[in-house]
Design a protein around this ligand. Structure first.
Ligand SMILES: Cc1ncc(COP(=O)(O)O)c(C=O)c1O
Length: 369
């Protein structure tokens, strides 16, 4: 309502009509990537370059009926299958359209405008993007020079006015992980200060240690996971949040209606109910990683990052130039990454099965001289 002083007459000229745009969105820097990548060997976004075996895809497609396509997705059956896979019940799980969505809901629901969020950097960039989008204050805990993480530095930032602490297990991109003892200390500090703890386990399976039992047994701990990485389903968009039932209910309230894709659930069910598919994905990944690491050693390359599905590689010439020439001359997409300790700017390369690693290694030897 407009407050007028005595005697003041409101004329239409006093009103300012203006379209509204949230300044936080206006000023937000985001890259809207619509690059065509399908004709390249894609080692740039930590996907599985080979994907699921064609017979698995064909098998699942047989189950896709007109009714499944026409109907809004039903989530109960798949949530039960997933709960069984995780040894829990459906009250502890919220399905999301990729774990990035779950992360966003947790930030929206469990922090306030201007609220303090603590996270290590460098890390998955969306934590900072969402913090900025919603006007939260993101406090960065940097790695040490040698790329190790001093757990006390994290604990020191867990203050009573902190609302959310975000950890990655293992961390992307650095690949470091927390021991049980380190995690326990961080968790205790968060609990004492009543700080919600979010553990992003997107790279679980590439590194099997998990802290999911904290999210299943305790309150105010969430774990997010994805089907995009080892499960090779990035194109379908499926992730999930694990947490205490009341917390999960809050995340569910945030979800857009019918946010879980019906096809994604079909593929995910096939994978988690067929142990041989998962075993095959893991063994092909391990073979590819072993090949790449052996050959990097053999040719005098240093690498870092053991815990995810990617490696940092120190090059002998110019990383940026190699990234460019890989794309233009070899049809291979990789990324350069700045400030990786004493490597400086180096390559970040996703690991896939051996045939792809051979292609990358041969290209590297050709271009890096
Ligand atoms: C650490 C981390 N968390 C979450 C995600 C989001 O995964 P998605 O939204 O595909 O489930 C990614 C994707 O690269 C990631 O690297």
């Amino acid at each position: 309502m407009l407050a007028l002083n005595k005697g003041e007459i409101l004329t239409i000229h006093n009103l300012r009509y203006m379209y509204y745009l949230n300044p936080k969105i206006k000023d937000l820097h985001r890259i809207f990537d619509q690059n065509e990548r399908k004709d390249y060997l894609r080692l740039d976004l930590n996907e599985n370059p080979g994907g699921l075996p064609q017979d698995v895809i064909d098998d699942v497609l047989k189950d896709i009926t007109p009714q499944i396509v026409a109907q809004y997705p039903e989530t109960l059956h798949f949530t039960e299958v997933l709960a069984k896979f995780l040894n829990t019940d459906i009250e502890h799980i919220c399905l999301v359209n990729g774990s990035a969505e779950g992360i966003r809901y947790i930030i929206q629901a469990f922090t306030s405008p201007g609220g303090r969020i603590v996270g290590v950097v460098p890390s998955y960039f969306m934590f900072q993007v969402y913090s900025e989008m919603y006007g939260r204050s993101f406090v960065k805990v940097p790695y040490d020079e040698d790329l190790t993480m001093d757990v006390d530095k994290i604990i020191n930032e867990i203050t009573p006015d902190t609302e959310l602490l975000i950890l990655l297990n293992p961390n992307n991109p650095m690949g470091n992980c927390y021991t049980e003892d380190e995690f326990r200390r961080i968790y205790e500090a968060a609990r004492v200060n009543e700080v919600t703890l979010l553990v992003d386990e997107a790279y679980h399976y590439f590194y099997p240690k998990t802290f999911i039992e904290y999210a299943l047994k305790d309150k105010h701990v969430f774990v997010t996971r994805t089907f995009s990485k080892l499960f090779s389903m990035a194109g379908c968009r499926l992730g999930y949040v694990v947490g205490w039932p009341e917390g999960i209910k809050m995340v569910q309230k945030m979800c857009t209606p019918h946010n879980t894709n019906a096809f994604a659930m079909k593929f995910a069910e096939k994978i988690i109910t067929t142990p041989s598919i998962l075993e095959d994905l893991i063994s092909k990944f391990k073979e590819g990683r072993e090949y790449l690491i052996d050959n990097l050693y053999k040719h005098g390359y240093r690498h870092k990052g053991e815990a995810g599905n990617f490696l940092f590689i120190e090059v002998k010439t110019d990383a940026e130039k190699i990234v460019r020439r890989m794309k233009e001359e070899k049809g291979i997409l990789i990324k350069s990454y700045p400030n990786v300790g004493d490597f400086g700017t180096c390559l970040r390369v996703s690991i896939g099965e051996k045939a792809y690693m051979e292609k990358f290694m041969n290209a590297l030897l050709d271009l890096d001289r």
